[in-house]
Design a protein around this ligand. Structure first.
Ligand code: 13P
Ligand code: SF4
Length: 296
């Protein structure tokens, strides 16, 4: 399968981007593996490839399509959506903003391009505090993740008005899971993803995006780490740090949508040049403003 992908990639002049939560074999077939922010940057910087195959969920592939409008963006399974991104629609965002005139709106990258088009600026879990602090005024609307909003609020003097969305994978990790993992691994540090509940952050030594976890895993002196995030994150952490041990805070914290992308579907996408991710130009133009504001 790998050989077939390498051959097709050359024929199609394609580049393969994969999120840190992708299955190990998909990560191993990718040219670049990263967190949401890194993948957005990579999509924007991909100049020599004609095709971007995005191994992640749909909103991520949409972001790539918005940032690289002259390239063909493919997603190996178009049903790989993000339930949190689906918790707010563009119409809901427009109504919400009308209820809070003059208040800037931040949308997490885990939103559709249509929602991004209605916001002032995007953020990822790696930069939510910086983005919120960069905005004028005292109040900020923040959608859709109430957990990321709550954690960001602990790091800024701004008043954050949250939308009532959440990621079920992170929301289902409870303080009790972390306590149990610590009982099994008393020497371990605890790292939590910003999408976790505040009760989990209260027990964590560090709060890190998936990209932050990758960097911290190389830098830390800790030899054992419990990670409160999607359990597949451990694949990359363990592969790059063979001397350290990583444990999931919750063994079943798997994102069913990330798992829809398989090596066979990746090869199929390159073979047939489907499924193409297309964002209507008027929506793309407005979403691009919010994403580029974040990147700059
Ligand atoms: P990162 O931006 O930390 O990669 O997390 C995004 C996420 O949860 C993907 O769904
Ligand atoms: Fe969405 Fe959560 Fe899956 Fe990320 S892990 S794609 S936020 S459901």
């Amino acid at each position: 399968m790998h050989e077939r992908i390498v051959r097709l990639k050359k024929e199609r002049r394609a580049v393969i981007l994969a999120h840190n939560y992708q299955a190990g074999e998909v990560q191993d077939a990718a040219d670049f593996v990263g967190d949401s922010l890194e993948l957005s940057r990579q999509a924007a910087a991909t100049r020599d490839a004609e095709v971007i195959v995005f191994c992640g969920v749909h909103f991520m592939a949409e972001t790539a399509a918005v940032l690289a409008p002259d390239r063909t963006v493919l997603i190996p399974d178009p049903k790989a959506g993000c339930p949190m991104a689906d918790m707010i629609t563009a119409e809901e965002m427009i109504r919400w903003r009308a209820e809070h005139p003059g208040v800037p709106a931040v949308c997490y990258v885990n939103t559709s391009a249509a929602v991004k088009a209605e916001c002032d600026v995007c953020c990822t879990s790696a930069n939510s505090v910086k983005i919120v602090d960069s905005l004028p005024g005292r109040e900020v609307l923040f959608a859709p993740d109430k957990n990321l909003a709550a954690w960001t609020a602990t790091q800024t003097a701004k008043t954050i008005i949250p939308w009532d969305g959440y990621c079920y994978v992170h929301h289902n990790i409870r303080a009790q899971d972390v306590r149990e993992a610590r009982e099994k691994h008393p020497q371990a540090e605890v790292w939590a993803h910003p999408e976790c509940r505040l009760e989990v952050h209260a027990l964590a030594h560090k709060t890190l995006s998936t990209g932050g976890m990758v960097r911290e895993a190389r830098a830390t002196a800790a030899e054992e780490i419990i990670v409160a995030t999607e359990a597949n994150m451990i694949y990359r952490l363990a592969k790059e740090n063979p001397g350290k041990r990583f444990y999931p805070a919750h063994e079943l914290a798997f994102c069913a949508n990330m798992r829809k992308i398989t090596l066979a579907k990746l090869a199929g996408a390159l073979e047939t040049m489907t499924q193409r991710v297309v964002v209507p130009p008027d929506i793309a133009a407005r979403a691009r403003v919010a994403i580029e504001r974040m990147i700059s």
